[in-house]
Design a protein around this ligand. Structure first.
Ligand code: BGC
Length: 437
């Protein structure tokens, strides 16, 4: 750790990049990199407790089709230079038509041998106009839950997975703390309608990703690049979680940075970047506001500091690392390290997302066996992990990357909507079968 005094001294000298450089080194010392020799590891030497929940995950906008929300508007607009927002100019459009085909998709889930399906409810369909709730949309999700239960599959519901109704987006979404009440009202409505069928609830999917992509990198809606506002949005998402959680059994999906960890341990949230005022927030009800941690993990990013005040770091990968199609590598140790990092919050963990984009399907089996080996190692060392949900059940609309990325255990032909099991997915099925006795 560098002391406060040292920080002040460096800032006075006007050398913020030196500070960042030291900070990166400090982070490396505090969180040293784990590297295992995968050639020597016996990946079959795994163990999962009985009752472990094996599942698959999706989100509404990515699979349902016919959404009218902030993302559909974003997909239809252009970048400042006239290029499309989404890779290849893709639009989510009817996506996997899961809205109409959910019954056949449940049969596909069943065929995998898993017993949990995590999906999200689409706010823009349930409340297309502020305060006007569409009962038929709520009924749709009730029917989905009933069909899942009939098939012996446990529904897990995410209330907010990146998408906002247009009216909510237009009022500034999570930029304004006053708007949180709309998410709370919506969540209450959904919770009251589905609570008889759903025991596990995720409040907000990956607040950090929503914030960084939409307000920091500006590559997701609303396309802003404003670190100060990003801090505000992140804080409001954490507050929104606490308020939604007040009646929805205290859950959060997607905690993976220290700011959020601190919030749940101490009730204090602090966010700052060089050149911006610190966003600070204290809310003692943050403590204990989790029944479980929904951990989503895919890979790692190595941050390399550089002496450029405009861009003081860049992301780098080791040349020897095997890449996924998503421009980040296969790094199974990442999931082990993330578990170690959040386990201090001291509530059970569910891996609510993990998976690989692999069009050629030549790395999926290795990815699955190595990441599950890492999860099993963490369990052996005492981590309380209750479940693992593979992302994703089937290929779907991968946000900025459109339909190019193939995360599915099932391949989807988007012209015919035919779903076909991928060879590499059988590794997941084997492991699930082995530990589902
Ligand atoms: C998101 C998903 C996304 C997946 C793969 C997660 O961060 O929750 O919506 O499709 O990553 O990139």
């Amino acid at each position: 750790m560098i002391s406060f005094k040292t920080k002040v001294w460096l800032s006075i000298l006007g050398a913020p990049f030196a500070l960042i450089f030291i900070y990166v080194i400090t982070m490396q010392v505090r969180h040293p990199e784990t590297r295992w020799d995968w050639n020597k590891i016996e990946v079959d030497a795994i163990d999962f407790p009985s009752g472990f929940q094996w599942g698959v995950a999706t989100s509404s906008h990515q699979v349902e089709g016919n959404c009218n929300n902030n993302w559909s508007r974003w997909e239809a607009s252009l970048n400042e230079d006239g290029t499309p927002r989404i890779h290849n100019g893709d639009r989510s459009a009817i996506a996997c038509d899961h809205w109409n085909r959910y019954k056949e998709d449940i049969a596909l889930i069943k065929a995998l041998g898993v017993s949990v399906y995590r999906f999200s409810v689409e706010w823009s369909k349930i409340e297309p106009i502020a305060g006007n709730f569409d009962e038929s949309a709520i009924q749709h999700y009730r029917d989905l839950c009933l069909a899942l239960k009939d098939a012996g599959i446990t529904p897990v519901v995410t209330l907010h997975h990146f998408t906002n109704p247009l009216w909510f987006e237009d009022m500034g979404a999570f930029e304004n703390e006053a708007n949180i009440r709309y998410l709370v009202r919506f969540s209450q409505r959904v919770f009251n309608s589905l609570k008889d069928h759903v025991a596990i609830w995720c409040t907000i999917n990956e607040p950090t990703v929503y914030t960084s992509q939409g307000y920091f990198n500006g590559v997701w809606p609303p396309g802003k690049r404003d670190p100060q506002l990003a801090g505000e949005v992140m804080k409001n998402l954490l507050v929104a979680h606490t308020r939604v959680d007040w009646f929805v059994c205290r859950i959060l999906d997607g905690v993976f940075n220290q700011g959020a960890i601190d919030y749940f341990q101490t009730g204090k949230f602090s966010f700052s970047m060089p050149g911006m005022d610190k966003v600070k927030y204290i809310n003692k009800s943050g403590i204990g506001s989790l029944d479980f941690i929904g951990l989503n993990n895919y890979s790692h990013q190595r941050v390399k500091s550089q002496l450029n005040p405009k861009e003081f770091f860049r992301f780098e990968f080791y040349p020897h690392e095997e890449m996924t199609d998503m421009f980040y590598p296969i790094y199974p140790e990442a999931i082990y390290r993330s578990i170690k990092r959040v386990k201090d919050i001291d509530v059970p963990i569910i891996i609510t997302e993990n998976g690989i984009a692999d069009k050629k399907d030549d790395r999926r089996n290795i990815y699955i066996e190595r990441y599950l080996y890492s999860v099993s190692e963490a369990i052996k060392e005492g981590a309380d992990i209750r479940g693992y949900y593979y992302w994703s059940l089937m290929d779907n609309f991968e946000w900025s990357e459109g339909y190019e990325m193939k995360f599915g255990l099932y391949e989807v032909d988007f012209t015919t909507q035919v779903r076909t099991l991928r060879e590499g997915s059988k590794r997941y099925m084997d492991i699930v079968a082995r530990f589902s006795q």
